[in-house]
Ligand binder design. Structure first.
Ligand SMILES: NC(=O)c1ccc[n+]([C@@H]2O[C@H](COP(=O)([O-])OP(=O)(O)OC[C@H]3O[C@@H](n4cnc5c(N)ncnc54)[C@H](OP(=O)(O)O)[C@@H]3O)[C@@H](O)[C@H]2O)c1
Length: 335
């Protein structure tokens, strides 16, 4: 860590325990950013002022990122300044497995506690990441609220043990959240979900706000490098949208900055991923400087196209059209 430039860190949002910086860095490198490159980017990002990193066991890079977190602390950033998320993957939903997965993430990340631990997806499917679920396999199961509650009780026990400071969910829809809120002893602090100008999830967003659950927005730039992005039938990406482009021109900035300003001002926590120093520096600056006007915010609220990028093909069951339609409420499999 260098100490030549004093970084400007982002404001924070109060959470049940601690306070989360209002922008984080995503660390899912997929198959185009190696664990070492992602770990190097986190160091550079910390030097630039990032204090919030969104990790997960399934990203396959927690060991390397753990070395960076250690270096950040050795370089003078106190642990209390950092905000670290991790997530339990789908094959570790059995309560004892959830606990072991958390302990393993802590060991890899070289931490005594996580600031936020999430259930990555509400589906307990036993499949390797990236591979399709074989719905005929006895190991593949649809969503079941009763099973999810057992996972959630394990999450609550991690909180009680002090291994994690906040617990939350990811990719949860309103019907599943209603059941969870009715039965949980501790409500989820966050729902990490896909949010970008072409996929605003307005109904879910208001539901979360009304229950004081913080929305963390993934793919905040519309994930320009994902293959799903290219396959999207409807063409123009968020970054090419005429409304976003003209607002960017008015602010003499890049469309990515407009997406991030919109996200932060709307009240979600964006977690853009970048391995490129000039990009991750620009992303942090975007939410610290030069806010959008009310009329620009209103104009962006009108460009939603309900364009989901993370289609979750791995969760599709026989005959299902998409993962949201499936398994809500009773977990029944369509005939
Ligand atoms: N909970 C979940 O189920 C879930 C699902 C998906 C993602 N996530 C989390 O969300 C994070 C972000 O999602 P994502 O990576 O798919 O999408 P994203 O952040 O919308 O897009 C990342 C892409 O944008 C580029 N980029 C970043 N800043 C830029 C800038 N200023 N100018 C131009 N290009 C820029 C990056 O390239 P460069 O590296 O070249 O800058 C990278 O290819 C993930 O890393 C992960 O932590 C969570």
């Amino acid at each position: 860590m260098t100490d030549s430039i004093a970084p400007t860190t982002a404001p924070r949002r109060a959470m049940p325990q601690g306070a989360m910086p209002i922008i984080g860095m995503g660390t899912f490198g997929s198959d185009h950013v190696s664990p070492e490159e992602m770990a190097e980017a986190t160091i550079g990002a910390a030097e630039a002022g990032y204090r919030h990193f969104d990790c997960a066991e399934v990203y396959g890079n927690e060991f390397e990122i753990g070395r960076s977190l250690e270096a950040m602390q050795a370089g003078g950033i106190p642990r209390e300044e950092l905000w670290i998320n991790s997530k339990v993957w789908n094959n570790h939903h059995a309560p004892q497995d959830t606990i072991s997965a958390c302990e393993r993430s802590l060991e890899n990340l070289r931490l005594d506690y996580l600031d936020l631990y999430l259930v990555h997806w509400p589906f307990p499917n036993f499949h390797p990441p990236g591979c399709s679920v074989d719905s005929r396999s006895p190991d593949s199961r649809p969503y079941s609220h009763l099973e999810f509650m057992k996972t959630w009780e394990a999450m609550e026990s991690l909180l009680a043990r002090g291994l994690v400071r906040n617990i939350g969910v990811s990719n949860m829809t309103i019907p599943k959240l209603k059941l969870l809120l009715a039965d949980a002893s501790i409500k989820p602090a966050c729902n990490e979900m896909e949010i970008h100008p072409h996929f605003q999830q307005a109904e879910l967003f208001s539901f979360l706000q009304s229950h004081e659950i913080v929305p963390i927005g993934y793919c905040p730039l519309g994930s320009p490098s994902r293959p799903e992005r290219d396959r999207t039938a409807d063409d123009t990406s968020d970054l090419e949208d005429p409304t976003i482009v003209s607002i960017a021109q008015a602010h003499d900035t890049h469309p990515t900055a407009v997406c991030l300003k919109w996200a932060a001002q709307r009240g979600q926590i964006p977690i853009p991923m970048s391995k490129n120093p000039s990009n991750y520096r620009a992303n942090l600056r975007a939410i610290l400087e030069d806010p959008l006007t009310d009329s620009e915010m209103k104009a962006i609220s009108k460009i939603d196209r309900n364009c989901r990028l993370i289609k979750g093909q791995v969760f599709l069951w026989q005959g299902a059209r998409n993962w949201e339609d499936l398994w809500d409420l009773d977990g029944s499999i369509p005939s």
